[in-house]
Ligand binder design. Structure first.
Ligand SMILES: Cc1cc2nc3c(=O)[nH]c(=O)nc-3n(C[C@H](O)[C@H](O)[C@H](O)COP(=O)(O)OP(=O)(O)OC[C@H]3O[C@@H](n4cnc5c(N)ncnc54)[C@H](O)[C@@H]3O)c2cc1C
Length: 458
């Protein structure tokens, strides 16, 4: 039985954005800048829905001293519109820190500072975003035999099935839901087993250490940062970092390789065959995956060496190793760690196990499935995506559905990153403006109007 939704807001938006992270903030800015150049009647009407209660960008990993892994010039706007007053430099100017930043001679601001920049930009767009709102479904809406609109169904974040549903009708939907922490199947997160994504939140309420030991699983940037953080902040605790590799591998940020993040690289990648795309990702995984800043690797090595000289050995890198079993204790976790090379096993009782096991793009199909067979899939069951980040749809669909972040397989390695958000926002905006001559010009009211019967209501 199809459930009839509670009374809903059914004005037509030119665009509903799902998520308000850097990707959709960049788009909101592009729209604001566009709207400032057209008559009010032609302005795009949009809203962004964000499930977090307020703006937040990987807040659980805002570790002291952690820096950005991308140049500040790859901010929300500069590569699209260097004259924008939403740039990182403009932010610095507003904070009266521009000259101090210049003297700092770095391209890589603190992660804290970049968070503050993003929050500043998001704050200026507060009229376009509704926080604490989770999108739970998409539904096609028919007009004259065409899927002309998408109904975006949301409810207050954290509410259960009974939470009041709101439906917003959109000509275009931009799903930029970002990354979700990846937790291997055999682990259940609790107050002793954390994903690094929540590190600082857990640290705030961590019980007293009884074993005096942390174990960190992983070999990437997050694992290295967490290792350094725990080793610094718990000066009597042992920190054991376990990974299969022989050593932390430096991120490749050399200039020719770095061009893989350029806007033009998206064209190259998109034009390539599936085999070539896979080959490019394999060649250049080291720019982003399990790759660590060189300075951080040096810092960790220096610590290990100093402890070898002066003892005690608190920082232990358990290389070419894996955890074969883990068992929850009342006050921690018991892990059996096996060496890949010798097969030798050791048992470690730890207060805390931190899984620095990476992130995966949130799968857009969770929401797209609600559109039935509107979206075309490739041979691997993934949405087929056009160069403008819109999903390939049935011929009778005029509504636009964009999935910018979850497109590494079609648009390349920058898809989940910040490098390209400014230019990509401009491309999506141009596509939306070109898609439907009515967009931004129709008489459809955006204010709530009497509910027409959505296609999905029986
Ligand atoms: C610790 C950390 C550091 C990083 N540092 C860098 C860096 O230095 N350089 C770089 O290029 N990349 C970095 N990244 C990669 C990261 O993906 C990008 O920085 C950036 O977050 C991508 O922006 P986004 O808007 O696509 O995704 P996100 O920032 O993840 O934003 C997506 C938003 O969508 C919201 N959302 C999800 N589902 C729903 C829903 N159903 N309804 C409503 N809202 C929803 C989420 O709450 C989230 O706020 C880092 C990642 C991590 C984890």
């Amino acid at each position: 039985m199809v459930r009839r939704p509670p009374p809903a807001e059914l004005g037509v938006h030119d665009l509903v954005g799902i998520g308000f992270g850097p990707s959709n903030i960049a788009l909101a800015i592009a729209i604001e800048e566009h709207n400032a150049t057209v008559p009010a009647a032609a302005a795009l009407r949009c809203i962004f829905l964000e499930k977090q209660p307020s703006f937040s960008w990987h807040r659980g990993m805002l570790l002291d001293g952690a820096t950005m892994q991308v140049s500040y010039l790859k901010d929300l706007v500069t590569l699209r519109n260097p004259a924008s007053d939403y740039s990182f430099l403009s932010y610095l100017h507003c904070q009266d820190r521009l000259i101090d930043f210049v003297n700092h001679k770095t391209m890589y601001p603190l992660r804290h500072e970049f968070h503050d920049y993003l929050e500043w930009a998001a704050g200026r767009l507060a009229n376009l975003v509704e926080y604490g709102t989770e999108v739970i479904g998409l539904r096609p809406v028919l007009r004259g035999g065409e899927v002309a609109y998408i109904d975006v169904v949301s409810r207050p974040s954290g509410s259960d099935e009974s939470g009041a549903l709101v439906v917003r009708r959109a000509r275009n939907v931009v799903l930029a839901a970002g990354l979700a922490p990846y937790v291997p199947d055999d682990y259940t997160l609790d107050e002793r087993i954390w994903h690094n994504n929540e590190l600082l939140f857990h640290i705030e309420r961590m019980p007293a250490l009884s074993h005096g030991r942390f174990v960190v699983l992983g070999a990437g940037q997050s694992a290295a940062e967490v290792t350094e953080y725990l080793h610094t902040n718990y000066p009597t605790a042992e920190v054991c970092t376990v990974f299969s590799r022989y050593g932390f591998t430096p991120a490749d940020s050399s200039p020719f390789v770095n061009q893989i993040f350029d806007p033009a690289a998206v064209d190259d990648f998109f034009a390539a065959s599936p085999d070539v795309r896979r080959m490019l990702i394999d060649y250049h995984r080291g720019t982003n995956y399990s790759a660590v800043d060189g300075d951080l690797i040096d810092s960790l090595y220096r610590r290990v060496y100093q402890e070898r000289v002066r003892g005690p050995q608190r920082l232990r890198i358990l290389r070419t190793s894996r955890v074969v079993t883990h068992e929850r204790l009342a006050d921690g976790v018991r892990l059996t760690v096996e060496s890949h090379t010798t097969g030798e096993r050791q048992v470690l009782d730890a207060d805390i196990l931190v899984l620095a096991t990476g992130y995966r793009p949130r799968d857009p199909r969770v929401l797209l499935d609600g559109l039935g067979d509107v979206c075309a899939l490739d041979t691997e069951g993934r949405p087929r995506v056009n160069r403008d980040y819109s999903v390939v749809t049935t011929a009778s669909t005029t509504a636009g559905i964009y999935i910018p972040g979850a497109t590494e397989y079609s648009h390349g390695i920058s898809s989940t990153l910040l490098s390209n958000v400014a230019v990509r926002a401009g491309e999506i905006l141009s596509s939306i403006l070109a898609r439907d001559p009515e967009t931004g010009l129709s008489g459809d009211p955006v204010v709530p109007r009497p509910a027409t019967k959505p296609a999905w209501v029986a």
